[in-house]
Design a protein around this ligand. Structure first.
Ligand code: MTE
Ligand code: MO
Length: 198
């Protein structure tokens, strides 16, 4: 039997809900940057300015999007910068197995390096052939479509390479560290040994 497209417990709502904690940040191109820091191989951090980031090569990803509150948004066409471009600009040190993706105002989500480098993961600048709307994460949002959508950080400003896994904003507030919607990994009490920070 073919795998159903909707993960267990999810439904397709009318329209495309927008949800986030806090308010929509304003974008100031002259002071905006995207930093790659933490356990880099060189020990130095790498900083993209807006003109630099905007001119990086882009790829497209067609993906569904699953919020842990149970709505799913199907068939989003994202376009943006592959994580591999960041990994090449600032190679991680040999022990890096996890990353923290940071947004404006301190929102964050941790993902395993294997999820960061998964084929669908992207730093999106466009949705459906248009720049992102401000409330969808303009100018840059992470898209990690194979994990619950709280990992798809809007308004990204930094990526931190971690030598030890650490919980992000929702992971620290009772949500699952890994967050696979196909396994309904919603809450931290469901975590098996090895799925969360020690
Ligand atoms: N910076 C930031 N990114 C965020 C959030 C947030 O509160 N702040 N909420 C997450 C959650 S819980 C969801 S479901 C998605 C919603 O994305 P959408 O508004 O594009 O539907 O954004 C995620 N990214
Ligand atoms: Mo969500």
């Amino acid at each position: 039997m073919e795998q159903p497209r909707l993960p267990p417990g999810q439904y397709i709502p009318r329209g495309r809900p927008v949800i986030h904690y806090g308010r929509v940040p304003s974008f100031r191109p002259a002071s905006w940057d995207l930093r790659v820091f933490g356990a880099t191989a060189s020990g130095e951090e790498h900083c993209f300015t807006w003109p630099e980031f905007e001119s990086l090569p882009r790829t497209s990803v067609l993906a569904d999007f699953h919020c842990v509150t149970k709505f799913s948004i199907m068939g989003n066409e994202w376009r943006g910068v592959s994580p591999s471009t960041l990994l090449e600009a600032a190679p991680p040190g040999p022990g890096v197995r996890h990353v923290m993706i940071w947004a404006e105002y301190g929102y964050s989500a941790n993902v395993r390096m294997t999820d960061f480098t998964a084929p669908g993961t992207l730093f999106a600048l466009e949705l459906d052939d248009k720049p992102l709307n401000p409330d969808r994460g303009f100018p840059v949002r992470a898209v990690v479509p194979h994990l619950y959508a709280w990992k798809s950080v809007k308004w990204v400003r930094a990526v931190e390479y971690l030598l030890e896994d650490r919980r992000g904003f929702w992971e620290d507030r009772g949500y699952h560290n890994v967050a696979d919607p196909w396994g309904e990994q919603r809450y931290s009490y469901q975590e098996e040994p090895g799925e969360g920070p020690p």
